[in-house]
Design a protein. Structure first.
Length: 112
């Protein structure tokens, strides 16, 4: 499997916030009440056809209408499984950003 560009946690957080600001009106954003958590899926474990290589970055949004985030102490594997299940079930807390190898191309898919 090709190795994809790796981004630091700070870079992922900045890209996540940039996407959130782009797709949600400012009046809906209360940064004090929104939490982010991201995890990465490999090509092997991601089967939605959203991308053809690289890594997938999933971002949870937590806000009063959507409910709390999953357990922040969960292992990466458990969190990945929970996020995949949430995607399949159309959980409104889920926002998926992804990038394709070798170019970093972020695409937002809000599952409502």
């Amino acid at each position: 499997m090709r190795s994809a560009l790796r981004l630091s946690d700070d870079e992922l957080n900045e890209l996540a916030w940039r996407a959130i600001r782009k797709f949600f009106p400012a009046e809906q954003l209360d940064q004090a009440s929104i939490e982010l958590e991201h995890t990465v899926w490999s090509n092997q474990s991601w089967e939605t056809g959203l991308h053809d290589g690289g890594e997938v970055v999933g971002v949870w949004l937590s806000h009063p209408k959507a409910g709390p985030l999953p357990d922040p102490d969960a292992t990466a594997a458990v969190t990945t499984q929970m996020m995949q299940e949430a995607y399949r079930k159309g959980d409104p807390r889920m926002v998926i950003l992804y990038h394709k190898f070798p170019d970093v191309e972020y695409k937002r898919q809000h599952v409502a």
